[in-house]
Structure formats: structure tokens, C-alpha cells
Design a protein around this ligand. Structure first.
Ligand code: URA
Length: 232
């Protein structure tokens, strides 16, 4: 792993500052001052100090799950939660959920020990579009494409939603993209326009797509490349 990444991941400073401070001799690897932050270190073997602080390396865990219906996106609840679907090793970690889904919603759910990552995934300021496949009770009126694009007034919250993208696939099937995580948002976009969502599945968060090899209730760790999709 790169030296600047190891120090940055420990939350001690920004990559830019780490590089600047390195030039002033602020980094020691196994007792030696190192000024080049691009060198590779082994976090499990090499002893790294940044401004005399020991860099305590902890590898964060990032998971994607294909959430089944009937489970809560919560870490603790008397009802079954997505955590119950994990092996013991993962259940014992302090995982947070990035972008909760309703109990009856299925599809891509992210879980991680990395609070900053979860914040980036969920914060409306990140402006990350979430993509859903929707099935509705009634035929989807084509006029909704423009109505969604303008921003739907959500009466339950007395709030106008941000522009959402609607692509109608079949009479009662569509793809919807929203950039906020408001409670029941996709369902309310339709219910506030006289229709009803009968099935909802999240296919993607930003550029990260649900792995088609994952069955409902299955999960896997993200690759480094996938985690990097959410770095600023
Ligand atoms: N919008 C909803 O209505 N429900 C979800 O679970 C996610 C988005």
C-alpha cells in the first residue's frame, strides 16, 4: 500500500498535507525519515509514525448486498435486519448502512466500517444518483417524465423533490434516478401523481452497480476500485 494512503486512511491528515509534511521530515518508517509518500509499505509489518503519532492501521470493510424484501435496513432491531444475513465475522464489526432501503425494497445496499465512506454515499451534497427499477399498479403516464424532471411536490413532507429522471420501459415498468435519500422518495414521486409503486429494486448507487451474481440475501466485499468510485 502507498505510504500516503496508509496515513490518510487512518484519518490523520489529507493526502495533500501528508505530502507537504513529508518534505519537512514528518514521516518515519521503521525509524527512518521518508520524504517520498508514494513508496509502498506493508501496513502489517512496517512501523509508521506521522508527526510522532503511531499510524494504527485498521483495514476498513466495504460490503455490497443484494437486499431481500422483508429485512430492515437497520443495525439493531427486534425484527430481522440485513445484519442478520451476514456471517459471524461481519456481524461482529461496527458496520453502518449507506442509503437505507424500505423493508419491502430490494437490491443494492452498501455496508461499511468507514464512516466517511458512508457519509459520502448518503449525503445529499454528494449529489450521487441512485438508480431504481420500479413496477407500478397503473400504467405510467408519459407526462410524468417532465413532471419528475421539474421536481415533484411531496405533500407528506411539504417539500419539492429535486429533479428526478424517469425512463419508461413498459406500461408499468420504469427506471427512476434520484439524487436524495428522503424517506419513501421514489414511492412518493408516484403516489403524489396518482399511481402506486408495487415493486422497487435499487440497481445502482452512482457508478456502482449491483453485482448480477449476487442472489437475494447474498453479499461480497467491494474491490478497491469500487470503493474509489466514492472518493472525492
Ligand atoms: N425510495 C423509496 O420509496 N423506498 C426506498 O426504499 C428507496 C427509495
Amino acid at each position: 500500500m502507498r505510504l500516503d494512503k496508509m496515513i490518510g486512511n487512518a484519518g490523520l491528515d489529507t493526502r495533500k498535507n501528508i505530502k507537504r509534511m513529508a518534505k519537512k521530515g514528518a514521516i518515519r518508517v521503521n525509524g527512518e525519515i521518508v520524504k517520498d509518500t508514494s513508496i509502498k509499505v506493508d501496513p502489517n509489518k512496517d512501523e509508521v509514525y506521522y508527526m510522532d503519532i503511531f499510524v494504527d492501521y485498521f483495514e476498513n470493510i466495504y460490503l455490497m448486498m443484494n437486499k431481500p424484501s422483508g429485512y430492515l435496513s437497520a443495525t439493531e432491531d427486534p425484527e430481522p435486519t440485513v445484519i442478520d444475513l451476514l456471517d459471524d465475522f461481519y456481524q461482529n464489526l461496527d458496520l453502518s448502512i449507506g442509503g437505507r432501503l424500505d423493508k419491502d425494497t430490494t437490491g443494492l445496499l452498501l455496508l461499511s466500517t468507514d464512516g466517511k465512506f458512508i457519509h459520502r454515499v448518503t449525503s445529499p451534497n454528494s449529489n450521487i444518483f441512485k438508480t431504481y427499477e420500479v413496477e407500478t399498479r397503473d400504467k405510467i403516464d408519459p407526462s410524468l417524465v417532465e413532471i419528475f424532471e421539474k421536481g415533484v411536490y411531496i405533500k407528506e413532507d411539504d417539500y419539492t423533490a429535486r429533479p428526478a429522471k424517469l425512463k419508461i420501459l413498459e406500461d408499468k415498468k420504469a427506471i427512476v434516478k434520484v439524487s436524495e435519500g428522503k424517506f419513501h422518495l421514489v414511492k412518493r414521486l408516484f403516489s403524489n401523481n396518482g399511481n402506486e409503486v408495487v415493486s422497487l429494486k435499487r440497481l445502482a448507487i452512482g457508478e456502482l452497480f449491483l453485482d448480477s451474481h449476487l442472489d437475494y440475501g447474498e453479499y461480497r466485499e467491494l474491490s478497491e476500485k469500487e470503493v474509489d468510485l466514492f472518493r472525492a
